[in-house]
Design a protein around this ligand. Structure first.
Ligand code: SF4
Ligand code: SF4
Length: 439
């Protein structure tokens, strides 16, 4: 029987450009001569540095200890010697201390043995997730061990396999090639919060990923209830509130969190990291990510060590075709443009998108024609035309009354606007002003 294709109201259909990298083989990057590992790769306080200059470190060694709430452990991705500890601005825009490690002359091999019989209590599962330093790897970087010790009951865990940002294909790669990791990882997360059910939700532009998971589930002797569902291909389907709406028809209240409606949502790469942490005792120090764009000679998914420079990863994708217009950490809708190409890859770096000069030319902005198309597509039911006007005029009370803080910054309004108004940029500006004012 054909399965329903689930979706949410509004949103936009955008050019996906997944074809650039979706069928690529996984390129396992050679260890670079140097990595720079930020000690802030999560939303909370920086991890405490555990190494000094001239220390030798091993692959997987703890080099940053989680401190305080919302912090996460950091491990060395390489074997080498610490040559410096510096202050940097990361690709996600945080000011952070970072450990510089030179790798030349060190043996980088490290073997992890499969634990065949995993039978852990929920406390032990969460403890291993914490030790491994796992965070939300779709961009949010929220520490996973905190998400799985919620103050409210959770009945459903959803694996977010939407990957709705254009160009990005790393989660698709994992779903297609590592179904065991996703199914077993989800089973662990369901157990961790005593949920009734685990659901893997995949957009219908990834039929091979869906088949891979569905086939694995057919023969999997699950101790918990698991299923896979299809989502319509629509942006921003991967936003966790949209996915909860599509899959369960539950509505997270304004200012609320998924746990307010009994749900936890985890990214595919994070679930893969949970599986590796528990079945292999492997900390999170490398990840699958996508290097792509019309300016890249060989767009591909690659396995990279955390701390590898963007520039090195771009070179390994056979470099660029021409002059670089813009480098983006993430996808084109919600990614962050980078001022330089030497930033280190972080746990939450799912994509490096390299645009041509032509692609990066800002559009010519025209006056608003009050067509309301931005309102028609906003998945949060906001009125972007008014909010952006109030934000630009710094009428913050008015912007707040039009629910500016509920904006998820998905960019659907800017994408659809025929006048190319800088809607999401203005809204981000307004939100920053409100936060700075301590409102
Ligand atoms: S889509 Fe653009 S032009 Fe149309 S109402 Fe919204 S801001 Fe104005
Ligand atoms: S107003 Fe915010 S949530 Fe609505 S479409 Fe624009 S960016 Fe997305």
């Amino acid at each position: 029987m054909a399965q329903d294709v689930l979706t949410f109201k509004k949103g936009v259909h955008i050019d996906e450009f997944k074809e650039l990298s979706e069928d690529s083989n996984l390129l396992v990057l050679e260890v670079p001569k140097q990595v720079v590992i930020p000690l802030t790769q999560h939303i909370g306080a920086p991890s405490k540095c555990l190494v000094n200059k001239k220390d030798e470190v091993a692959v997987g060694q703890l080099i940053g200890q989680a401190v305080g709430n919302f912090s996460a452990n950091i491990h060395s991705s390489v074997a080498g010697v610490v040559t410096d500890i510096i202050d940097i601005q990361t690709a996600s825009g945080k000011n952070a201390q970072a450990v510089v490690i030179d790798t030349e002359g060190f043996d980088q091999n490290k073997e992890y043995i499969l634990n065949e019989h995993v039978d852990l209590s929920k406390e032990e599962i969460v403890s291993k997730i914490k030790d491994a330093g796992i965070v939300g790897m779709g961009g949010a970087a929220f520490p996973t061990h905190i998400k799985y010790t919620p103050p409210k009951p959770i009945d459903t865990v959803i694996v977010n396999g939407a990957e709705c940002e254009p160009y990005v294909t790393c989660d698709d790669y994992i779903l297609k090639n590592k179904p065991e990791a996703i199914v077993k990882g989800l089973s662990l997360l369901v157990k961790a919060v005593d949920a009734k059910e685990g659901i893997i939700a995949i957009e219908d532009n990834k039929p091979k990923a869906y088949e891979s998971i569905a086939n694995y589930l057919k023969n999997y002797d699950a101790k918990v209830k698991l299923r896979v569902v299809k989502l319509a291909t629509k942006y921003p389907q991967g936003d966790e509130k949209r996915i909860i709406d599509a899959v369960l028809h539950r509505h997270v209240p304004s200012g609320g969190l998924p746990m307010d409606v009994g749900v936890n949502v985890s990214n595919v790469s994070s679930v893969n990291a949970v599986y590796e942490a528990i079945y292999y005792d492997k900390p999170l120090y490398e990840r699958v990510m996508t290097v792509t764009g019309h300016n890249i000679n060989k767009p591909t998914n690659m396995l990279v060590k955390i701390g590898t420079a963007f520039e090195y990863a771009i070179d390994q994708a056979a470099g660029t075709k021409g002059e670089i217009g813009k480098i983006i950490n993430g996808g084109p809708m919600m990614g962050i443009a980078q001022p330089t190409n030497d930033k280190p890859i972080e746990k939450a770096t799912n994509c490096i998108l390299v645009q041509t000069k032509e692609e990066a030319i800002p559009p010519v902005t025209e006056p608003c024609i009050r067509c309301a198309r931005c309102v028609e597509v906003c998945p949060v039911n906001l009125m972007p035309l008014y909010i952006h006007k109030f934000a630009l005029k710094e009428k913050l009370d008015m912007a707040e009354s039009y629910r500016i803080m509920d904006c998820i910054e998905c960019g659907s309004c800017s994408y659809i606007c025929p006048s190319k108004r800088p809607l999401v940029e203005a809204i981000r500006f307004g939100k920053r002003q409100i936060r700075q004012a301590g409102k």
